[in-house]
Design a protein around this ligand. Structure first.
Ligand SMILES: Nc1ncnc2c1ncn2[C@@H]1O[C@H](COP(=O)(O)OP(=O)(O)OP(=O)(O)O)[C@@H](O)[C@H]1O
Ligand SMILES: [Mg+2]
Length: 243
C-alpha cells in the first residue's frame, strides 16, 4: 500500500531573534527536522524557554522570519490554532464566538455549532457571554471553536495550562474523545509530562541551546489506557528516564 503524503514537513535550519537594545541576538532553533504523518497526535515538549512556542508559531505561519521551510500536504488546508488563553470575544456569546470561525451563519452552520457545543457540554451556556463562564468552560468553548471547522491540522500551545487538575483532566479526556471521533493531525505543545503521555501518539522532545530534536518516540496506548493513571505513569517513566 502506498504511504499517504505527510501532513506537515518542518525544516527549520535556524531561527534567530535579533539583538534588541542590550540583549544580544539569540539563536533559538538549529536544525529542527520533523515530518508529521496524517492523523498523528504529536506532542512537542522540552524545558521552558527552549523554543516550543517559537517552533509552533513558525508552523502556524505566524512567524516567517526564519531559515527553512514548512509545507503542508495537499489535503491539509484547514488549520486551527488554540492558544494558552482562550481568546474569546467578550462581547459575543459562546455560540457567536464559535459561529464566527465558520464561513456562514445560516441554519446548517448553527446546527454544527449546536452539535459541537453539546459535545463539549456547553449547550446550556450557548447564550452566555464569556465573562460568565468558569475558566474551564472558556477552554471548552475554545476547544469547540477549534474543532467546529473540522480542521485538517490543529496546533495547540499549552491550551490547558494553569487549570486545576480535575478541569485539565476532563478537558484532556474531551480532547481524546474529539480526536478519536474525527482524527486530525495535531501538534500540541506542553511541558506537562503526564499530559504529554496521555495525548501523544508520538512524543518529540526539544533540548539544547540552541534547541533541536533530542527525542522522537512513539506512544502506543489505546484511548481507554490514556485515561488509566497507572499506565500513563509507567509510560512517563519509560519515555523520560533519560530526561
Ligand atoms: N520576540 C522575541 N524576541 C526575543 N526573544 C524571544 C522572543 N520570543 C521568544 N524569545 C526567546 O526565545 C526563547 C524561546 O521562547 P519560546 O517562547 O519559544 O519558549 P517555550 O519553549 O515555548 O517556553 P515555555 O515553556 O516557557 O512556553 C526564549 O529564550 C525566549 O526568551
Ligand atoms: Mg511556550
Amino acid at each position: 500500500m502506498k504511504r499517504s503524503e505527510p501532513a506537515i514537513r518542518v525544516s527549520i535550519a535556524r531561527k534567530v531573534f535579533p539583538a534588541i537594545a542590550d540583549r544580544p541576538q539569540h539563536v533559538v532553533l538549529d536544525g529542527v527536522e520533523l515530518t508529521v504523518e496524517r492523523g498523528s497526535f504529536v506532542v512537542l515538549t522540552g524545558p521552558s524557554g527552549c523554543g516550543k512556542s517559537t517552533m509552533l508559531n513558525i508552523v502556524a505561519g505566524l512567524d516567517d522570519d526564519y531559515q527553512g521551510t514548512v509545507s503542508f500536504g495537499k489535503d491539509t488546508g484547514k488549520l486551527s490554532f488554540m492558544f494558552q488563553t482562550p481568546r474569546l470575544l467578550p462581547w459575543r456569546t459562546v455560540e457567536e464566538n464559535v459561529l464566527l470561525v465558520l464561513d456562514d451563519d445560516g441554519p446548517d452552520a448553527k446546527a454544527r455549532v449546536a452539535a459541537i457545543l453539546s459535545r463539549v457540554g456547553l449547550s446550556e451556556a450557548a447564550n452566555a457571554y464569556p465573562e460568565r463562564l468558569s475558566v474551564g468552560m472558556q477552554r471548552r468553548a475554545a476547544l469547540a471553536r477549534a474543532f467546529v471547522i473540522e480542521p485538517d491540522v490543529l496546533l495547540m500551545d499549552e491550551p490547558f495550562v494553569s487549570l486545576d487538575d480535575p478541569s485539565a483532566d476532563s478537558l484532556r479526556a474531551l480532547l481524546i474523545e474529539l480526536w478519536n471521533r474525527r482524527p486530525t493531525t495535531v501538534l500540541f505543545v506542553t511541558h506537562d509530562r503526564i499530559e504529554a503521555v496521555m495525548l501523544a501518539t508520538r512524543l518529540i522532545r526539544l533540548g539544547g541551546n540552541p534547541a533541536s530534536i533530542v527525542q522522537d518516540s512513539g506512544v502506543d496506548l489505546s484511548p481507554d489506557e490514556r485515561l488509566d493513571r497507572e499506565k500513563v505513569l509507567a509510560w512517563r517513566g519509560r519515555l523520560f528516564e533519560n530526561a
